[in-house]
Design a protein around this ligand. Sequence first.
Ligand SMILES: *Cc1c(COP(=O)(O)O)cnc(C)c1O
Length: 400
Amino acid sequence: MVLNRLDIDALRHDTPGCAHRIHLNNAGAGLLSSGTLRTMTEHLDLEARTGGYEAADAAADRIARVHDDLAALIGGRASEIALFDNSTRAWQAAFAALAHTFRPGDRILTGRAEYGSNVLTYFQAARRTGVEIVVVPNDEHGALDTGALAGLIDERTKLVGVSHVPTGGGLVNPAAEIGRITRAAGVPYLLDATQSVGQFPVDVAAIGCDLLAATGRKFLRGPRGTGFLWAAETILPLLDPPVAEIASAEWDGDEGFTWRPGARRFETWEKNYAAVLGLGTAVREALALDPAVTGARAVALGTRLRDALDDLPGVTTHDLGRDRCAIVTASVAGVPADEVAAELAHHGINVSLTNREGAQFDALERKLPPLVRLSPHYYTTQEELDRAVTVVGRVAANAR
Ligand SMILES: *Cc1c(COP(=O)(O)O)cnc(C)c1O
C-alpha cells in the first residue's frame, strides 16, 4: 500500500477515539482529531469568557480563512464557498436556487444511487412545478451509465443531480465523465459529494460540476453541524438564492436589495463559530496529510475489508461499481443487520446500517434488506479490520 508516508501511530495518538473504539463508521461521522477538538473547545471557552460577538471578532482572521481552506481542498475559489450547518442544507440551497425556474415538461436527470433526501426534494419539486424526474440506468457494473446519460440529456434537461458516492455502498460514480457530458450540453450539474470530500481527492475543475455540496463530519473529520456549498462563479448569475437576509443580501436603501458578491449570498448571518473554526482545522489537517495519500490508504483498506468479508462463508458484500471506495456494505445469511451491528458494538466496533430511505431508486431496484455498513478511514489499522472480520465471521458461523 502507499501508506508508508503516513505515520499512522502518530495520527492515531492525535485521535482520541482510537483509544476507545474500533471506528468503522466514518461514513456516519469521522473521529475528531485532537487539534480540531482543541480549536473548538478553545473558541467555546473564549465565547464564555469574553462574549460570543467579541470572540468572533478576536478570531475574525481565522474565521475568514475557512473559506480559503475549503476552496483549496476542492480546487475552487474562496468566493465560491458558502458555509452551512450540514450538506443537506447546502444541497437544498443550490437546488432551490435553480428549481424556481422549473416548468412542466422540464426534466431532472439523476442516478439510482441518488441520496434519499435529494430524491424527496425532487419529488417535492415535481409536485410543485411539474418537473419530471428521470432516473438514468446503471451500467453493467452498477455505476451511473454515462452512455445512457448522454442519450437522455436534451433541451428539456434543466439539471443533472448525482451522488458521487452513495450513502450505502462502495460505489464511486464517474463524476468527471458526467461533467464532460453536462458541459457539452450546457446543463447545470449539482454533485452531492458528501461521502467523497475528505475520503479521496475531489477537484471541481477536473470533475466539471457547477455546484457541489459536502458535509464536515464524515470523512473530512470536521465537527457535526457543518457543511458547505461550492457554486461556480459562472453559474451564480443563473441562481436565485432561497434566503434573502442581511448576510446574503444588501438593502439598497429603498425597496430593493442586491445579492452579496459570490457564494456568500447563500449564507445566513448566524453561525456556530466554534464548529466553523473546527471545520477549518480539520480541512487544513486533511490538506497537510494530502488527500491523495490518505485516500489511497482509505480505499485500500476498504478493498481489503470487502475481500475479507466476501471470503467468509455466509457473508455477502453488496457494493456496486468498478471504482469502489472505503464504504463496505455486507449481510450475514440468516442474521438481521441490526443484530450483526449489535454484536460488533459489543466488541467495541462502531458500524452503521443502511436502509431503504438512503437511496430510494436503488431500493426499488435491488430490494435489499438493511445492510451493515463498515467504513474505515486512513487511521484504521489492519488489526482493527481483522477484529471486525473475526466478529462477523463468528456471527455467520453461529447462524449456520
Ligand atoms: C450523509 C449524506 C448526505 C447528508 O449530509 P448531512 O450533512 O447529514 O446533511 C447527503 N448525501 C449523501 C450521499 C450522504 O451520505
